[in-house]
Design a protein around this ligand. Sequence first.
Ligand code: CA2
Length: 150
Amino acid sequence: MSSVLLLNGPNLNLLGTRQPEVYGAQTLGMVEKQCEAHAADLGVALTCVQSNHEGALIDAIHSARGAHDGIILNAGAYTHTSIALMDALFSVALPAVEVHLSNIHAREEFRHRSYISRAVIGQICGFGSQGYLFAIDALAAHLQREAKTE
Ligand code: CA2
């Protein structure tokens, strides 16, 4: 059984409470429950963590090394600013998938740049909370391919 860390960054604890037209109506708890069920169907153990603090997100990424096989990350607004989060992802060298609820490329210019993208195997954005399920599929398939070639 493989193990994946699902990490959500700043303000994503507010999901379902404001701006449902942009971020959907589901709470983070609902999204995490769906993700856990979907992962379990694929034989993946999912651990969900959310923090509003950059350092705590970095610590969680560091702790993933040796504890998890891969990372799914929605870094929120840190996506567009945090070289430190990008460096943390590079430092653990785990396969990671970047997720955004909204299509960041169709929004304001400042959301088009992602530092996270440089350190991940792929980015999924614009599909709302379903994007997390796509990310689980993509990462599970990647880990299976990796296991076969080992
Ligand atoms: O689309 C995404 O998932 C984002 O990562 C969400 C971030 C935003 O800064 C990124 O550009 C794109 C913002 C998360 C804010 O979440 C809220 C949820 C509900 C109510 C208010 C904010």
